[in-house]
Every structure is written in structure tokens, then in C-alpha cells.
Design a protein around this ligand. Structure first.
Ligand code: GLN
Length: 453
């Protein structure tokens, strides 16, 4: 099959089926067909990469030159970036064919893709069920077979939780492994671009394209990028698995726990050993994250002022009116909540009590992971506390929404890599197994996930 034929088929499918899911904000039909044609020509010359002509989609947080990039916000409804994110440029260079930009919670703040200015995304597995968030558009598009792969980002679980809720495989790499240049910033010390696809193998192929040092991102890490597909078939004999006891508490329903324990038994059959470990400070992760992430967000979002780019209110009276009305009209409720919390935590007199304290907790959490990885190779847990919940169920109570992140967020605070892998069903809805690794152990995580699939 040629890339043009494949691209056409998927574009038709998006047209026919995405009305039900709303997983795309923008479909770039013309660009995709032109890229597919170029890819077919490239393949005819014999100089193809594994990605030449392969269709995929970008989360609408990655800047795409000439194609509008909204970040799920009215603020950027008509923003057309003049440059590509490094991740975008990497896929372009590899010859991949981008079909469009996927839906997301506004500025990646959320766990259900309901805070998007462009309407909620629906989980293909259940009517009126959320796909998770914030990368719910990417997860739903892959689950609905509209694209074989999609980029995503994970600041506090936004790759792993939607991957779990949509029954697909997702990877959040080590902080610094993938460039953040051109990825619209939410909380810069936590944000990390990553991968979503059906299988671990496809995730490995994506990471091969995405990972690497970038002089345009001062926190990207200059370290060799292995071929992540090379070690997928390594046997797992002797793999040491740790089960953090704090993640198997009463908060976890027996049905969810059973699925995870079944998965762990499969690993034992593959030759792995299992022991209980402890992450004593993990219970503080949500509290620390919901200080640190809003604090950074409040600073990052100060650039949306109606002056430089993005939404601008009509007929401002003066400069102050321009700022306040632009931001009042351009941001949604959750974004405003984060800005308020963040500026409060950073303000003189409260800084030490909240922000500084949260940073100290963050260091303790990091130490917990470092200690655990002295004893074991990987940690396993559920990805989310429950399968996909109903749309509207948590929108009026931010704290219950924040609790969706209970198993994912400590990983971001520590900066270690983690995956979510499909691990059965609860109430007919998919659930995920989370596999957490030490810094830069992506190849091992992908290997472990691949052997399970
Ligand atoms: N649910 C978390 C939040 O709302 C995580 C979001 C993310 O990872 N982008 O902040």
C-alpha cells in the first residue's frame, strides 16, 4: 500500500468517525496528502527511514510551522506558529505524515480532556466516558484506529493515564530525554514529551525519532540515544520487580488490584522476581505537585497578555484593560484556578510555606525512587485508581479530578521514566499497568512492556 492510499483511508476514517470522539482539533488533509506523495517518491528512491510515509498525529501542544497550534485554548485559537517544535521537526525529517493536531485539556491542565475550549473528547471504549487527560485526544485517536501513533506530553500523568483509560500503550521518558523546544510550556521542570501507540514496539519506534539532545532546550540531556527497538526481545529472566506498598492501599479497588496482580504473575512466569518496596513520601506527591505545577504555570502563562500573539480582547480602554480582559476572556476556569493558586504560592510571605516546602518534599520523593532502584529494576503499579469515569462526573470537584493522578505524579516529581501498558478490563473498560524505571531506562521499560504483549 502506498502512503497516499493509507493517508487517504485514514483521513476518510477520521471524517466518518471522529464526530463521535472529537479527538482532533485540526485535520491537515492537504498537507498530509502532499507529505504522503513526497514520501512515496522518497521510498521509490530507496532512501526511506522506518517512518517514511507513516501517518501519525501531534498533540496540539507541539508547535507546527504553518499549522495552527491551540493548546486546547481560546487564547491560541488562531495561533499559527512560524516555527516547528524540535519534536515536530524530527518527525518531519524522518518523513512521517502528520494527519492533524489532537484535542487536549486546556494548556494540558486536567485528567479528562473536558477542559478543552474545543469541546470534550469521548473515549472510544464507552459512550459518555472520558478518555483521560490531558492527552485524551491522542489516546482516543490511537484507540479508535484513526492513527497508529500520536505524540503526547506528560507533566503529571497526561500520557500514562489516558493511555490506560483508552487501552493503549504510552511512554513518558526521563525528564530531559525529549526536547521541550516548541512544546507549549505548562510546568517546565515537569513537562516531558512522549509517545502513544498500540504496542511497545511502536512506542520504541517513536522514541527513536523523538529522543536526543537539543541545543535549543537547556534541560535536554546530551547522552547517547540507543536504538529502542534493539532490546525489545531480550528475555526478562532475573528482572527484579518492586511493588510499592503505598500504591496497593485501601484506595485501590479489589477489581483494579486483581488486574495488576495478574499482570505481575505473568512477569513471574517470564522469569522475573517480585518483592514489596516502599516509597514512603509518595503520599505527599499530589500536594507537592499541585503547588509546584501551578507555580510554574502562573509564570509560564504570563506571556499570554494580548500584546505579542494569541487572543486579544476587543477595544481595550488602556493597557491594564487589555491585559485583564484578554486573560479573563481567553483562559478557561481550570487555567485561571491554576494561575490563582500558583501566584498565591509564590507571593511574598507564602513562598517559604508553600513553594519552598513543596520543593523539599519533591527532593524526598526523588530520594525514595533512588533508594527503591537500589533494590529492584522496575516498579509496577496501577496507572490510575479506576477505569474511565463518566463525562461530567468530576468536573465540579477539582480535588477528585486531581486524585486521578495519585499513581502517576510522583514519577514526574522525580523525573524518572514510566509507561502504561494495557492490562485487562474492569467493568468492560480497559485498565493500565504502570511500569516505572530508573533514569534513562526507557529501553528496559519498552522491553518489559513488549514481553508482556
Ligand atoms: N492531571 C494533571 C494536571 O492536571 C497532569 C496534567 C499533565 O500531565 N499535563 O495537572
Amino acid at each position: 500500500i502506498s502512503s497516499v492510499e493509507l493517508t487517504r483511508q485514514l483521513l476518510d476514517r477520521i471524517k466518518r468517525e471522529d464526530g463521535a470522539y472529537n479527538s482532533f482539533i485540526t485535520v491537515t488533509e492537504e498537507e498530509a496528502l502532499a507529505d504522503a506523495k513526497a514520501a512515496d517518491e522518497q521510498r521509490a528512491t530507496g532512501k526511506a527511514t522506518p517512518w517514511t510515509g507513516v501517518p501519525f498525529a501531534h498533540k496540539d501542544i507541539f508547535c507546527t510551522r504553518g499549522v495552527r497550534t491551540t493548546c486546547g485554548s481560546k487564547m491560541l485559537e488562531n495561533f499559527v506558529p512560524p516555527y516547528d517544535a524540535t519534536v515536530t521537526a524530527n518527525f518531519r525529517r524522518a518523513g512521517a505524515v502528520c494527519l492533524g493536531k489532537t484535542n487536549m485539556d486546556e494548556f494540558a491542565m486536567g485528567s479528562s480532556t473536558e477542559s478543552s475550549y474545543f469541546g470534550a473528547t469521548t473515549n472510544p471504549w464507552g459512550e459518555q466516558r472520558v478518555p483521560g487527560g490531558s492527552s485524551g485526544g491522542s489516546a482516543a485517536a490511537v484507540a479508535a484506529r484513526l492513527v497508529p501513533a500520536a505524540t503526547a506530553t506528560d507533566t503529571g500523568g497526561s500520557i500514562r493515564q489516558p493511555a490506560a483509560l483508552c487501552g493503549i500503550t504510552g511512554l513518558k521518558p526521563t525528564y530531559g530525554r525529549v526536547s521541550r523546544y516548541g512544546m507549549i510550556a505548562f510546568a517546565s521542570s515537569l513537562d516531558q514529551g512522549g509517545t502513544m501507540a498500540r504496542t511497545a514496539e511502536d512506542n520504541a519506534m517513536m522514541l527513536n525519532v523523538m529522543a536526543g539532545f537539543d541545543p535549543n532546550d537547556s534541560t535536554s540531556v546530551d547522552r547517547i540515544v540507543p536504538d529502542y527497538t534493539a532490546s525489545l526481545d531480550e528475555p526478562l529472566k532475573g528482572l527484579r520487580i518492586g511493588l510499592p506498598k503505598e500504591y496497593f492501599s485501601d484506595q485501590l479497588s479489589p477489581a483494579m488490584e486483581e488486574q495488576v496482580r495478574n499482570a505481575v504473575r505473568e512477569y513471574e512466569k517470564l522469569g522475573a522476581t517480585v518483592k514489596e518496596v516502599s516509597l514512603p513520601d509518595a503520599r505527599l506527591a499530589i500536594a507537592a505537585y499541585y503547588v509546584i505545577a501551578p507555580a510554574e504555570a502562573s509564570a509560564n502563562l504570563s506571556r499570554f497578555d494580548g500584546v505579542r500573539y494569541g487572543y486579544r480582547c476587543e477595544d481595550p480602554k488602556d493597557l491594564m484593560d487589555l491585559y485583564t480582559r484578554t486573560r479573563a476572556e481567553g483562559f478557561g476556569d481550570e487555567v485561571k484556578r491554576r494561575i490563582l493558586v500558583g501566584t498565591y504560592a509564590l507571593s511574598a510571605g507564602y513562598f517559604d510555606a508553600y513553594y519552598l516546602k513543596a520543593q523539599k518534599v519533591r527532593r524526598l520523593i526523588q530520594q525514595d525512587f533512588i533508594s527503591a532502584f537500589r533494590e529492584v529494576d522496575v516498579l509496577m503499579s496501577p496507572t490510575s485508581p479506576s477505569p474511565a469515569f463518566r463525562q461530567g462526573e468530576k468536573t465540579n470537584d477539582p480535588v477528585t479530578m486531581y486524585l486521578e493522578d495519585i499513581f502517576t505524579i510522583a514519577v514526574n516529581l522525580a523525573g524518572v521514566p514510566a509507561m502504561s501498558v494495557p492490562a485487562g478490563f474492569v467493568d468492560g473498560l480497559p485498565v493500565g499497568l504502570q511500569i516505572i524505571g530508573d533514569y534513562f531506562s526507557e529501553a528496559r521499560l519498552l522491553n518489559a512492556a513488549h514481553q508482556f504483549q
